[in-house]
Design a protein around this ligand. Structure first.
Ligand code: SF4
Ligand code: SF4
Length: 385
């Protein structure tokens, strides 16, 4: 059966950021509310992964157990980088755990998770594509493909190496569209020319574009007064050539409603809006904000359990508001409630986190800046004592 994009609502529910409780753990009741609103608005595609903590189990409780299996599609993924795969048998173990976590006997889409850079070697070493093909042959997945954060040259190679891939999941957002390190436009054009439906991920860059610096807000307020900052970013991604599904990692019912409203009466980006986001991108770059999406892939490989994404949040707070005392407070707060619980001063500088970061962030340089500009204010910040 071919991958039929006409049967899928163009807004996909990204399930990496389910929360609902004050301590950032997942509430089944709240997730059910979000999912019900999404389904009522016509949504039917859910993107999760074996590597997203507790996400598959939350989907089982809030979606699979409560709605007919043929009323939704689930995509999940296997991972072969970091310490998660020490042989092909670990891939099979991940698959079986995914099916069990989700409470299903098949998934609609099964993907290799996050190809590109040094991460690709793990998939090659473990013969992961042959495994993914076998998942489809055994009737445990209806469709197969891969997600990637990669260069256009790498993508060309993946398309050659994995010709049976039916879908390609790529990062698409206005911040990285023309950036020399991400070259997203080229990647999208390559996948589109190869005839692969594109699933756009990180359209809001892990929330960064939903709450951008003041200079960016001023541009978007003027040019797109009817869009929230998040929906402006979603519309940009959904307007890109070949994009069939745009994933939004929603964490609140308000976000679900805001996003569904935009897609129920979808208006593609105009030329004037394209020009506005080009200026917004420049303003964002000039702000120096760290482009961390909070994916926490770094936390999965850090031997010290450092709160890396939380530290980036604190650094961005400092950059955005120029308030080192408040950022010092944030540093103590966010590392306690995010993946990794230790402060950057316990980092042993092994570099493992930088190797897997799909955003190419110079994490150690960021730590240096935190040490120099934020940590000296710990004593001033009463809550950090
Ligand atoms: S460099 Fe530091 S933060 Fe990064 S993985 Fe190693 S110990 Fe963890
Ligand atoms: S530093 Fe990189 S790997 Fe870590 S959470 Fe941010 S974007 Fe993800």
């Amino acid at each position: 059966m071919a991958f039929d994009v006409s049967a899928i609502n163009p807004l996909g529910f990204g399930c990496m950021r389910f929360t609902g409780r004050e301590d950032n753990t997942i509430s089944t009741e709240y997730t059910s509310q979000m999912i019900d609103r999404f389904l009522e608005a016509g949504g039917n595609y859910f993107d999760t992964a074996w590597a997203y903590p507790n996400s598959e189990a939350a989907l089982r409780e809030a979606l699979v157990k409560r709605h007919p299996r043929d009323s939704f599609m689930i995509a999940t993924k296997c991972v072969a980088w970091g310490n998660y795969c020490n042989g092909p048998e670990d891939l099979e173990k991940q698959l079986q755990e995914s099916l069990q976590n989700l409470g299903v006997n098949y998934v609609d889409v099964y993907l290799m998770h996050n190809l590109g850079g040094v991460r690709t070697a793990g998939f090659e070493k473990n013969n992961a594509w042959e495994f993914v093909k076998s998942v489809k042959e055994r009737g445990l997945a209806k469709h197969i493909g891969f997600s990637a954060h990669c260069t256009p040259e790498e993508l060309e190679q993946f398309l050659q190496d994995y010709p049976e891939a039916e879908v390609v999941q790529l990062q698409v957002n206005y911040l990285d569209w023309e950036s020399p390190s991400f070259r997203e436009r080229e990647c999208v054009e390559i996948a589109h020319a190869a005839g692969k439906p594109i699933i756009a991920m990180e359209p809001v860059k892990g929330g960064l574009l939903a709450n951008p610096p003041k200079a960016v807000c001023e541009i978007l307020d003027k040019e797109m007064p009817n869009d929230s900052y998040a929906t402006a970013a979603l519309r940009f991604a959904a307007s890109a050539p070949g994009v069939a599904i745009t994933l939004s990692g929603m964490s609140t019912t308000e976000q679900v409603e805001d996003n569904c409203r935009v897609f129920s009466d979808f208006k593609p980006f105009t030329a004037a809006e394209q020009d506005a986001v080009k200026r917004a991108q420049k303003a964002m770059e000039e702000s120096g904000i760290v482009p961390c999406t909070g994916c926490d892939y770094c936390a999965k490989v850090c031997p010290q359990g450092i709160g890396i994404s939380g530290s980036m949040t604190a650094l961005n707070y400092y950059i955005n508001f120029d308030d080192a005392v408040a950022a010092a407070y944030q540093l103590g707060f966010v590392v306690r409630f995010n993946a990794g619980k230790k402060l950057p001063d316990e980092c042993i500088r092994c570099g493992a986190c930088e190797d897997v970061c799909p955003q190419g962030i110079k994490i150690l340089d960021c730590f240096d800046r935190i040490a120099e500009e934020i940590v000296p204010h710990r004593k001033t910040s009463v809550l950090m004592k």
